[in-house]
Design a binder for this molecule. Structure first.
Ligand code: SF4
Length: 382
């Protein structure tokens, strides 16, 4: 059980913290420090750091090289279902939208996975809308059992679950859980989540802790950029990360920075987040937490992703399709959003190699997860 719950200060309080740290001399001081803390993170996210972006990039690159070497881990999403009972204003899968809906049969899901396997992927992320009656824990457990011997790591990005469910899925072969808060600003959260279980801000906020408490090897958090002030989202992400590190130090943590992409429903971003802002956010979080895996997905364009190799991110998706069944049938519609980087996995890997980095397709083995009798054990207990 989770002993204590994570709470996020309201954004007015975070703004006061940011304003108090907005000082160029403080940014210079933080860039020389080994451990920077929340006020240091606030300085790096503040407007005072905007004109020092190259110094932030250099520091972030040094830390990333020291902790991760010259590597970028590669993965692909596998969309299982676009049914969703929630009404999120910004998402193509929202129950409000009239799109072609489908949930893959177990055989279809396995076929999609084997296409990715054939393309060389060893790490996959199973994704679905939030409709537990159509795609629940039984489905995920059965699929994981079918795939666990073919993939080195299987992650999920599905509806928030209970701790017991996560423990069952870990035993079935799922190693990681990604659950993004979307926005840590309660006011904006209420504004863009119109109906469905996702309206419960606190239940979602406590989900990463439930997954970690269940023994998941890795937990991912994130904010959808374009909903609320990106500097304050960055501060909230840093606080969440620090809290999870303190309470679940055995669990590896990742952070994702999805920027809003065009999707069915014509939702327009509420705030602007350009590539320069996204870069500042990534560098600041890398300097704040040297060990966090930082994801940069195909939402971003190839030019930007290539430019960020070595500067902070450690994990790239590649060759992605966001419509269920879209790898076997590229003509299918019903995607969650349109992607920005259309290169194949081979092209992404070739461009990473050209920059002198190794695209890594496997950094974990399922045998670490098996103990005598077929049950699961955490990596930390090996
Ligand atoms: S963001 Fe997630 S929960 Fe919201 S509509 Fe899209 S798939 Fe459903």
């Amino acid at each position: 059980m989770t002993q204590e719950e994570f709470n996020i200060p309201d954004f007015a309080e975070l703004q006061r913290l940011l304003t108090a740290s907005c000082d160029k001399a403080e940014v210079h001081r933080v860039l020389q420090s080994d451990r920077i803390g929340i006020s240091g993170l606030a300085a790096l996210l503040s407007p005072a750091a905007e004109n020092l972006l190259s110094q932030l990039a250099a520091r972030s690159a040094r830390i990333t090289a020291k902790r991760f070497g010259r590597t970028i881990q590669i993965y692909a999403p596998l969309y299982l279902s676009n049914f969703c009972t929630n009404r999120c204003a910004y998402c193509g899968f929202s129950a409000d939208n009239k799109i072609d809906r489908r949930v893959l049969t177990m055989d279809e899901a396995e076929q999609e996975a084997m296409i990715l396997h054939g393309r060389g992927f060893k790490h996959i992320l199973l994704v679905s809308g939030e409709a537990p009656a159509r795609l629940g824990v039984d489905y995920l457990a059965e699929l994981a059992m079918r795939l666990r011997n073919r993939f080195a790591a299987i992650a999920i990005e599905v509806q928030p679950l209970e701790e017991d469910d996560y423990a069952r899925l870990f035993a079935a072969g799922i190693t990681s859980v990604a659950v993004y808060q979307e926005t840590y600003d309660r006011r904006i959260y209420a504004q863009v989540h119109h109906a469905g279980k996702k309206c419960d801000f606190d239940y979602r906020l406590a989900t990463p802790a439930r997954a970690a408490a269940a023994g998941m090897r890795e937990v991912g958090i994130g904010a959808l950029l374009g909903l609320a002030d990106w500097r304050l989202e960055g501060l909230a992400l840093g606080m969440h990360l620090a809290w999870l590190r303190k309470h679940y130090w055995r669990t590896a943590l990742t952070v994702s920075f999805p920027r809003l992409r065009p999707a069915e429903g014509d939702f327009q971003p509420l705030v602007k987040v350009n590539e320069r802002m996204l870069s500042q956010l990534i560098f600041a979080l890398r300097i704040f937490d040297p060990d966090a895996g930082l994801l940069l997905s195909t939402r971003e364009e190839a030019r930007f992703r290539d430019g960020m190799v070595g500067l902070g991110p450690t994990r790239y998706s590649a060759g992605s399709c966001t419509a269920p069944g879209g790898y076997a049938h590229p003509e299918l519609t019903g995607e969650q959003f349109s992607i920005g980087d259309h290169r194949s996995m081979q092209e992404v890997c070739a461009d990473i190699c050209q920059k002198g980095y190794d695209p890594v397709r496997k950094d974990w083995d399922a045998t670490f997860q098996i103990k005598d009798g077929g049950g699961a054990m955490s990596a930390a207990s090996l």
